[in-house]
Design a protein around this ligand. Structure first.
Ligand code: GLA
Length: 385
């Protein structure tokens, strides 16, 4: 990577940075409804080499997207106004630089080379990874002293306002604040968080990529959010709450009559039940009850399939194949849905069988090949030591 940096930018003063991706264990589509999420940062991610410049030009190059071109994308900080239609990947870093500038931070230019091993479009947060990574690079190069929680918020702001994807805070938070050997229990309405040790000695976290590219920026994600908002507005006519996840499942049941549209009620039921599951699952983990944790993961998938309706047949097939296998504690789709990955907790000595058996059955049933990543947890984004 250093050779390529020298070839493109002509110097070798670069510092090395890494940002993980994330996998969410449970608490899906609760972040935008003020609920709990339970993700961890993973050891697949994006590396970067970066150096400050003496002018205010930013030069960006991706070994994943710009292959063979060897000409970096170049822009002056003050000229960042709207999205690039040509090299669309640069919109994520540009968005973050723009947000930092709008918040009044003063900094100069930089040369940055990115190289990732996170599969794109798989729902493992490559967008959040490059956003937080870029923010942390500028914070480090120009001593901006931006803490990890603030950086997560700035990155979310970039994605919402510059990229135009109305995501919640989970991905950026997990990528910024993740901790090795831990999952992060985050309350998305207060941003209070705690780390839960993931002591999975005899188990592995296995991510299975359906290789159906997810299209979150598409209208479905925003539509689900609108349906939840409509349900919230209906309930508010009968009960004072500030977000859907203020409700327990029993309370939602009690006020379900106030939600006019049955589809909106299903969306609300998912958010509220998933929030309760996320809390219960984190407690089960603390108490060492991995089997309960696994059953809650399975229940999460069912709710995402039937009430929130963001799975696709391929994800349902992957989850139900996993549920039938010995040595699988739990399995569910992870991330926004409409393609992407499942996450499963699998006994160490069942991992090979998991890959072989699910790989073969999935291909037979769908005609697609699945990819498997047996991941480790990771620290959040930052400068490499
Ligand atoms: C995407 C969004 C997150 C979150 C998940 C679903 O990953 O970026 O904010 O809403 O979907 O849990």
């Amino acid at each position: 990577m250093q050779n390529i940096f020298n070839k493109i930018f002509g110097t070798s003063q670069a510092q090395k940075f890494f940002s993980p991706g994330r996998v969410n264990l449970i608490g899906e589509h609760t972040d935008h409804e003020g609920g709990f999420v339970f993700p961890c940062a993973i050891n697949l991610g994006i590396s970067a080499l970066a150096q400050p410049r003496t002018d205010d030009t930013i030069r960006l190059y991706s070994m994943n997207f710009d292959e063979g071109a060897f000409t970096p994308f170049e822009i002056k900080i003050d000229e960042i106004k709207s999205k690039s239609e040509i090299r669309t990947w640069v919109n994520y870093p540009l968005g973050v630089v723009n947000v930092l500038k709008n918040h009044g931070y003063k900094f100069g230019g930089a040369d940055i080379l990115y190289n990732g091993n996170l599969p794109g479009g798989a729902g493992l947060s490559s967008s959040a990874a490059i956003e937080v990574l870029t923010g942390k690079i500028f914070s480090e190069l120009y001593k901006l002293n931006i803490d990890g929680v603030k950086m997560a918020r700035f990155s979310q702001e970039a994605e919402n306002n510059f990229v135009g994807m109305n995501c919640g805070i989970m991905d950026q938070f997990a990528v910024s604040m993740g901790k090795k050997n831990c999952a992060v229990l985050l309350n998305c309405s207060t941003l209070e968080y705690s780390y839960a040790p993931l002591e999975l000695e005899n188990f592995k976290i296995v991510i299975t990529n359906s290789n159906v590219p997810h299209s979150l920026a598409g209208s479905e994600y925003n539509l689900r959010r609108q349906q939840c908002e409509a349900a919230l507005a209906d309930i508010k006519t009968k009960k004072e709450i500030s977000c859907l996840c203020d409700l327990t499942p029993n309370e939602l049941d009690e006020f379900s009559f106030s939600i006019a549209d049955p589809v909106n009620l299903k969306r609300a039921r998912h958010a509220v039940s998933e929030n309760a599951r996320a809390i219960r699952a984190s407690e089960a983990l603390k108490a060492g009850d991995l089997n309960l944790f696994g059953r809650l993961m399975n229940a999460s998938h069912v709710s995402l399939r039937d009430d929130y309706q963001v799975t696709v047949p391929e994800l349902d097939i992957l989850a139900s194949l996993a549920w039938k296998l010995d040595g699988v504690v739990g399995s569910r789709m992870t991330g926004g849905g409409f393609g992407g990955c499942t996450v499963s907790i699998v006994e160490n000595n069942s991992v090979e069988n998991f890959k072989n058996s699910i790989g073969a059955d999935y291909e037979r049933l769908t005609g697609r090949k699945a990819d498997f990543y047996v991941i480790e947890t990771s620290d959040g984004a930052g400068k490499c030591k």
